[in-house]
Design a protein around this ligand. Structure first.
Ligand code: IVH
Length: 702
């Protein structure tokens, strides 16, 4: 056998010589390559995030980033804050520094009616003493105003609007936003200003907002009332690594100070911003005269629902910059611009009832039944309350008068209770102990804010469960798709997964649009699915937290489903990678009487599980790789990653996707990166390719 100590020693030596090679790389050569890489990466970043039109694959992009990281590691003094490697989020701050604005960031006067917009136009024309004025109309993004400062083309700092005169320095967080260029793109015919202050709106898209709230709902963190609050909360994080995860974007629409450069019109200036690499809203239009503005407003208003981000109106701006200057500003708002807003997506109404709905995965979600109210043209009669913690936090009671928003196509939300309207007759809410659909006892899992119905036969979950059960990577029943599952459940033929094996051809033919031949095919594929591996079978059951990987792990320690059905949490947690959450979920699932009965029924109906032949303990005696966890970094020369993975698995080992304490060996190929650092820190044994090959081919091989 080989000693891991020597392997590590060998590894260290090799790494050492690697460094020597890079150290001898000419510094100026490295600098040149670094510059080139940065420009290339920022170009692709822009294609991806701003233009939504990438020209390279993710792998190629990663390769460039990897190379840059490597070079910067060898020449750390060449790292600059504007390097794309610095977008990941720097160290947390204690507090934000204050950042005064060179030129105050004004706010806008509001208009809600066409009449008010016409008055604005008359005022402008009168003050300028002219008959026609060009305007630019822009979507009014519902986010938060931010200023970016560039010196000699490089992003140096950025701040929030604050009170208009002084904001907070949020430079580190802004660096994590991919639509913000770290360096202005240079063009032959456009000079780079010595100093440029660019203004715009940081926002969170509707989908990102929904995803974030969903995640927070599960962990019991407070829900954000709207994407604007979510964006603000994310930007004002003292830990930039959190901002980096929030997938924020920024549209640019204005300028503060600009030294060494001028433009004639606002529209031209927006064009310039685009060329420098900023994200400028593509719906911005140039209008000659107020009639065109009103038409454009109507068009934008019609698009409001479908846009992937929230807009709360439009902003109308006088196009010529000299005219803007002549108009000036009064009481902190410019006379050359106007916010022409849409109807607010907010109304007050009464909570008639609080009901509980059961989702496809068994999660119980409280829902407010509202006295119907029209919000932004749509009638709203329900709003999600997310979970019991959220209800407690907002203290929402049956009978309360509440403020509700409907943010675009986002599900309506109760923002807050209007406490002044309380009469004392309102009834506080309590989550049920039993599933409102199947009446089984519900469980609240550790570290989760939601309660779940864990009965796999609960009618509220059954369609989704059967779809999952039949899916390709589970029991692989060809032809049992969404439509058919729906018909089977709705006709009452199937009420739990075991019923799938009781379906007869005649039953299928009786269903809508199913020909004799296809019914036969489906019956055949149901038959074929009767010999699943233990791992597929476990995965098919849809136990919360048991995906394919965990299912696989379980099959190594358990050689019969009944042993697993009776397993205790402590015992399960002895398996590497199985923590208390997963163990608890497994035990809870098998404790449920209906679940146990369904499994027995499946076995009675002829499902014959294929178990692994050798249990782990036997295997490890004959094979040193059995049960060991391998992780790969860098490229191997003798085989692909996939081949290596298969090799490990064929010898009873397992592979991991990331560094953790459960990893036994890190196999280091060429160009291994961050995994290596982490593995070293955790004291994981390192294998080079030769040592790995020796291990897979056996110690006696040459
Ligand atoms: S121009 C002096 N343009 O609306 C001009 N603002 O209600 C000031 N906003 O603080 C801003 N989209 O946060 C402008 N296309 C747009 C905008 C926009 C959103 C926000 C901005 C501003 C607020 C004023």
């Amino acid at each position: 056998m080989f000693g891991t100590y020597t392997l590590r020693g060998r590894f260290r030596q090799e790494k050492h010589s690697d460094h020597a090679r890079e150290d001898t790389m000419d510094r100026s050569e490295a600098e040149k390559e670094i510059q080139q890489l940065r420009a290339e990466i920022e170009y692709h970043n822009h294609r991806y995030y701003v233009l939504d039109d990438p020209v390279v694959s993710d792998t190629e992009f990663d390769r460039l980033m990897h190379r840059l990281t490597e070079l910067e590691r060898s020449f750390p003094d060449l790292i600059t804050p504007a390097s794309p490697t610095q977008r990941v989020g720097a160290q947390p701050l204690g507090q934000f520094a204050t950042a005064p604005h060179t030129i105050p960031m004004l706010s806008l006067a509001n208009a809600f009616k066409e009449e008010e917009v016409r008055e604005f136009d008359s005022r402008v024309r009168k003050l300028l003493d002219t008959s026609d004025v060009d305007y630019v109309i822009e979507p009014k993004i519902d986010g938060l105003a931010v200023e970016l400062v560039y010196e000699k083309g490089e992003f140096i700092s950025g701040s929030t609007r604050g009170d208009g005169y002084t904001g907070e320095d949020i430079t580190q967080n802004l660096r994590t936003i991919h639509t913000i260029p770290m360096r202005l793109f240079s063009h032959q015919d456009i000079a780079i200003p010595d100093r440029l202050e660019v203004r715009g709106e940081v926002y969170m898209g509707k989908q990102e907002f929904r995803d974030l709230n969903k995640k927070r709902g599960l962990t019991g963190e407070p829900i954000f009332a709207n994407p604007r609050n979510a964006a603000a909360g994310s930007l004002r994080q003292l830990d930039p690594r959190i901002s980096a995860q929030r997938r924020l974007r920024m549209f640019c629409y204005g300028v503060g100070q600009m030294l060494g450069f001028t433009a004639e019109t606002h529209y031209q200036f927006l064009e310039l911003l685009r060329k420098w690499g900023f994200y400028v809203n593509p719906l911005i239009r140039l209008c000659s005269g107020i009639e065109e503005v009103i038409t454009a407003y109507g068009r934008l208003s019609g698009m409001r629902e479908e846009l992937p981000y929230e807009i709360d109106g439009t902003v109308v701006k006088v196009n010529r910059l000299d005219l803007q200057e002549r108009l000036g500003s009064v009481s902190r708002a410019p006379r050359w611009a106007l916010a022409y807003k849409f109807e607010a997506y907010e109304e007050t109404t009464v909570v008639d009832d609080i009901i509980v709905s059961v989702g496809r995965t068994g999660a119980l979600t409280p829902v407010a039944i509202l006295k119907p109210v029209v919000i932004g043209g749509v009638e709203v009669s329900r709003a999600t309350l997310h979970n019991e913690d959220e209800i407690a936090r907002k203290d929402i009671r049956k009978g309360d008068t509440v403020l509700v928003t409907r943010a675009g196509d986002v599900i309506p939300e109760v923002i807050k209770v209007i406490l002044a309207k309380r009469t004392g007759t309102e009834v506080p809410f309590r989550m049920p102990e039993y599933c409102p659909v199947c009446k089984e006892k519900v469980v609240r899992e550790r570290d989760e804010a939601v309660r779940r119905c864990v009965n796999m036969n609960c009618p509220a979950q059954i369609k989704g469960r059967i779809r999952h059960f039949a899916s390709k990577r589970a029991m692989d029943i060809d032809g049992l798709g969404t439509k058919l599952v729906e018909q089977l459940v709705e006709s009452g033929l199937v009420r739990n997964v075991a019923h799938v094996y009781e379906v007869r051809k005649e039953d299928l033919v009786g269903l809508e649009r199913l020909a004799d031949k296809s019914a036969g095919n489906i019956i055949a594929s149901i038959e074929r699915s009767k010999n699943p591996t233990f791992s597929r079978f476990l995965y098919a059951l849809g136990i919360p937290h048991v995906g394919e990987h965990i299912a696989d792990l379980l099959t190594e320690s358990y050689t019969d489903i009944h042993l697993l059905m009776n397993a205790q949490e402590g015992e399960l947690m002895k398996i590497p990678e199985i923590g208390p959450e997963v163990a608890n979920s497994i035990v809870t699932f098998f404790e449920d009487g209906e679940n146990r009965e369904s499994i027995e029924r499946l076995l009675r109906k002829g499902v014959d599980i294929i178990y692994k032949k050798t249990a782990l303990s036997d295997a490890s005696l004959v094979n040193p790789m059995a049960g060991k966890v391998f992780l790969f970094t860098g490229a191997l020369t003798s085989m692909t990653r996939e081949e290596a993975r298969k090799k490990v698995e064929s010898m009873g080992g397992r592979t991991a996707a990331s560094v953790s304490k459960t990893v036994d060996y890190l196999v280091v190929g060429e160009g291994g990166g961050t995994k290596l650092e982490k593995a070293k820190a955790l004291g994981i044994d390192l294998l080079d390719e030769a040592a790995f090959l020796k291990m897979v081919t056996g110690p006696n091989s040459p």
